[in-house]
Ligand binder design. Structure first.
Ligand SMILES: Nc1ncnc2c1ncn2[C@@H]1O[C@H](COP(=O)(O)OP(=O)(O)OP(=O)(O)O)[C@@H](O)[C@H]1O
Ligand code: SF4
Ligand SMILES: [Mg+2]
Length: 352
C-alpha cells in the first residue's frame, strides 16, 4: 500500500496482510496444442490488512474478483504474484505440512448451503470431517462430543448429529457450514456471500449468530457480499473492489457516509432509500455501461469507461490506493484510502 492504513486503529495488530496480490487465469486457444493467448486478470494488485477480531467487508459487482481473493487467501488458488502474510509468514509460498498448519487457522464459509454440504454424509460426519485432516484437535473417541458441542454453539440441537443435510432448512444448513468452519478453532473465517442464498428473514438470524461467535471466539472475518446494507451492518471496515482492484477502503462510516471514489458513490446511489427526506438535496447517480472484460481492462483507472469525471490523466496514469493528498493529515472522514485522481466527497442519494 502506498500509504499507511489510516482507517483502522493503528494499535491493532494485523492478522493478515495482503500485498499486491495478483491472479491471472490463462486464456488458451487450440484443442491439441494449447497456446496461451491472453489472461483473465481476475485479481490485479490488491493490498489490504485484516485486523484481529474485526470484520472487513468486501463489496463489488459480479465478476470483480471477490471470490478469487477468497480462494487466494485460503491458498485454494495459487497466486500469480504478491504475498499474503499470516503472522508474518507468506502463505502463498507454503506447501505440504506448513500449509496444512496455516490452513487450520483460516477457514471458509461458502455461499450455497445447499451444494456445499455432501448430501450423503451425516451432519456429524460433515462437521467432523476437518478432524480427519487435523486429528490432534479431536482424538477419535472425543469426536462425537466435539461435534455435538459445535451443533450447540451454532444453535442446533446436538441430537441432530445423525441427520442428513436434506432434513434441514437453508438457514440451518448454513449453521452447519459455520459449525464446520469453527471445528478447528480458526482465527480467521473467510465468508463468501454466506447469506446470499437465504431468505431475508433467515439472513438476520445467521448474521446475528456470526456476530455472537465473533465475540465469543475473537474471530476475524473477511465478509464478501453483494448486499451493501448487510455489509454495513456486520463490517467494521469495508473495501470496494472494481475489476480486480481495490477502489476504496475505510471504516463503514467513511465508506457509506463519506465515499470519495466515484464507483463507491455510484454503488451507494443504487441502494434503495425509502425515506424521501433522506433523499432531499442529494444527487442520484445512475451507473451506465457494462463492466469491461477482465481479459482486456481499460488502461489507467479501470473505472474510467463508466466514470462521469474521467479526464485524460485517468487513461494514462493508474491511480494508487492512498489517502487523497487534499485530505492527508486532516481528521475529516474523507481521509481514507481511495484510488481516484479526483477523489472528493459527494452527497449521493439512493434509489427510491
Ligand atoms: N478458474 C477460472 N478460470 C478462468 N477465469 C476465472 C476462473 N475463476 C474466475 N474467473 C474469472 O475471474 C473473474 C473474477 O471472478 P470471481 O469469481 O472472483 O468474481 P466475483 O467478484 O466473486 O463474482 P460474483 O459476485 O459473481 O461471485 C471473472 O471474470 C471470472 O470469470
Ligand atoms: S481516476 Fe478518473 S476515471 Fe478513475 S474514478 Fe477517478 S475520476 Fe473517475
Ligand atoms: Mg463470487
Amino acid at each position: 500500500m502506498a500509504e499507511p492504513s489510516q482507517q483502522a486503529a493503528d494499535d491493532r495488530e494485523p492478522i493478515l496482510q495482503v500485498r499486491n496480490l495478483v491472479k491471472h487465469f490463462p486464456l488458451t486457444q487450440g484443442v491439441l496444442f494449447k497456446k496461451q493467448v491472453g489472461a483473465v486478470k481476475a485479481v490485479d494488485g490488491i493490498s489490504f490488512d485484516l485486523y484481529r477480531g474485526e470484520t472487513l467487508g468486501i463489496v463489488g459487482e459480479s465478476g470483480c474478483g471477490k471470490s478469487t481473493v477468497a480462494k487466494l487467501l485460503m491458498n485454494l488458488e495459487r497466486a500469480t504474484a504478491g504475498e499474503v502474510f499470516y503472522k508474518g509468514q507468506d502463505i502463498t509460498k507454503l506447501s505440504g505440512r506448513a500449509l496444512k498448519a496455516v490452513r487450520r487457522n483460516i477457514q471458509m464459509v461458502f455461499q450455497d448451503p445447499y451444494t456445499s454440504l455432501n448430501p450423503r454424509m451425516t451432519v456429524g460426519d460433515i462437521i467432523g470431517e476437518p478432524f480427519d485432516i487435523h486429528p490432534e484437535v479431536a482424538p477419535k473417541g472425543d469426536r462425537r462430543r466435539k461435534v455435538q458441542d459445535l451443533l450447540d454453539v451454532v444453535g442446533l440441537n446436538p441430537e441432530y448429529v445423525n441427520r442428513y443435510p436434506h432434513q434441514f432448512s437453508g438457514g440451518q444448513r448454513q449453521r452447519i457450514g459455520i459449525a464446520r468452519g469453527l471445528a478447528l478453532n480458526p482465527e480467521i473465517i473467510i465468508c463468501d456471500e454466506p447469506v446470499s442464498a437465504l431468505d431475508v428473514s433467515v439472513q438476520a438470524q445467521v448474521i446475528n449468530l456470526m456476530e455472537k461467535l465473533q465475540d465469543e471466539f475473537t474471530l476475524s472475518y473477511l465478509f464478501i457480499a453483494h448486499d451493501l446494507s448487510i455489509v454495513r451492518h456486520i463490517s467494521d471496515r469495508v473495501g470496494v473492489m472494481y475489476l480486480g482492484r481495490m477502489a476504496e477502503i475505510g471504516t463503514d462510516e467513511q465508506i457509506y457516509d463519506h465515499p470519495t471514489h466515484p464507483y463507491t458513490q455510484a454503488l451507494l446511489s443504487a441502494v434503495p432509500v425509502p425515506d424521501p427526506e433522506a433523499r432531499e438535496g442529494r444527487e442520484r447517480i445512475i451507473l451506465t455501461g457494462d463492466v469491461p472484460s477482465p481479459a482486456n481492462p481499460p488502461s489507467g483507472c479501470r473505472f474510467r469507461t463508466r466514470c462521469w469525471k474521467a479526464e485524460e490523466k485517468c487513461a494514462t496514469e493508474t491511480p494508487l490506493l492512498a489517502v487523497p493528498e487534499r485530505f492527508r493529515g486532516t481528521s475529516t472522514p474523507a481521509a481514507h484510502e481511495s484510488a481516484c485522481h479526483f477523489a472528493e466527497v459527494k452527497d449521493v442519494v439512493g434509489a427510491a
